[in-house]
Design a binder for this molecule. Structure first.
Ligand code: ZN
Length: 340
């Protein structure tokens, strides 16, 4: 039997699991998804382990192989909640029914599958997946995830920056408006309470007949000239510009990539945030010199970056796509996948 060459990546969310089989041996250095599957998430520690095992089974069946350890050399999992990546343990994953007692996910799934398993926070996994997709190589980047909450994954020199307490990039809980709404964390006016997908949904009701999520509907309504929508869109874009500026001024990354559910708005979101950054730089030669709007990008809609990034973490160091033939450049990363 030949050595397994594929990596498996799982993006476990509160309602569904996306699993991908990734080939990292392509000559262009870019990870290639060769099989994928999606299933509903079972809740509680047992449910999570069981769903992950079933997802691996479905991938293996799709690849016409007998068992996961015959085709995969490792499994990486991106999952919300407090993740101890070193021990492969998660705690306080409220949406998954995992409480303070926690779940030793890497250990339990690894023994069940007879495979090495690594576990990472889902935003960090997505950051790595985005960096690899954009072939950023050693360029420093931040991935700003705007979904139910807001958090950033920071990749420096091709490696995730987790921080000794796992709190690096938790910028969603930086208060930016002391008179703002109470956040789930107990503070007032956190970025997350003002500009996340949930914050948008609390302030914008999709137009009758619209099946779009609140954020997408808001941007569509604004594009159609709705005055209230334009005002809220610009306010949200201003907060996200604040987040971008915080990331650039604290870790001085080359590139800030917008991701998460709200980023499915795509280019109009990047455009609105870039405009807000330019507005903020209008009165500040210091900010103008940093040229933040030119460093902003949005993750391509069809890329399952969290699942791919999780798979890449199953190698150490992570199999971040770089290639000697096609050196990563910031220009390349910025122009790629954007509409002409
Ligand atoms: Zn907060």
């Amino acid at each position: 039997m030949s050595e397994p060459t594929l990596l498996a990546g799982l993006d476990i969310g509160g309602s569904k699991v996306l699993a991908v089989a990734v080939d990292v041996s392509a000559p262009d250095g870019r990870p290639r998804v060769v099989e994928s599957t999606r299933l509903a998430t079972g809740l509680g520690p047992e449910g999570v382990v069981d769903t992950a095992a079933r997802a691996l089974g479905a991938l293996t069946a799709g690849l016409s192989a007998g068992a996961p350890h015959e085709v995969f050399s490792g499994v990486g999992i991106g999952i919300p909640g407090l993740v101890d990546a070193r021990r492969g343990k998660i705690t306080h994953a409220v949406n998954l029914g995992v409480g303070p007692g926690g779940l030793a996910l890497a250990d339990r799934l690894g023994r069940r599958l007879d495979l090495p398993v690594v576990v990472e926070n889902d935003v960090n996994a997505a950051a790595l997946g985005a960096a690899s997709h954009l072939r950023l190589g050693r360029i420093d980047m931040a991935y700003l995830s705007i979904g139910t909450g807001i958090a950033a994954g920071i990749v420096l020199d091709g490696r995730l920056r987790r921080g000794p307490h796992g709190a690096a990039g938790e910028i969603g809980h930086i208060p930016i408006d002391p008179s703002g709404p109470v956040c789930g964390c107990g503070q007032h006016g956190c970025l997350e309470a003002l500009a996340s997908g949930s914050a948008i949904a609390a302030r914008w009701t999709p137009r009758p007949g619209s099946e779009l999520p609140a954020g997408q509907d808001l941007f569509a309504a604004a594009a159609h000239g709705d005055a209230a929508a334009k005002e809220l869109r610009d306010e949200v874009a201003g907060y996200l510009a604040d987040a971008t500026r915080m990331l650039a001024l604290t870790v001085d990354v080359d590139l800030i990539v917008l991701g998460g559910g709200v980023a499915e708005i795509g280019e109009p979101l990047r455009h609105a945030v870039a405009k807000a950054l330019d507005r903020q730089a209008g009165s500040s030669p210091f900010l103008r010199g940093l040229d933040l709007s030119a460093r902003l990008s949005v993750v391509p809609r069809d890329q399952p970056v969290a699942a791919i990034g999780a798979a890449l973490l199953a190698t150490e160091p992570p199999a971040l796509a770089t290639s000697d033939d096609t050196p990563a450049t910031l220009d390349g990363a910025l122009t790629e996948d954007l509409p002409a």
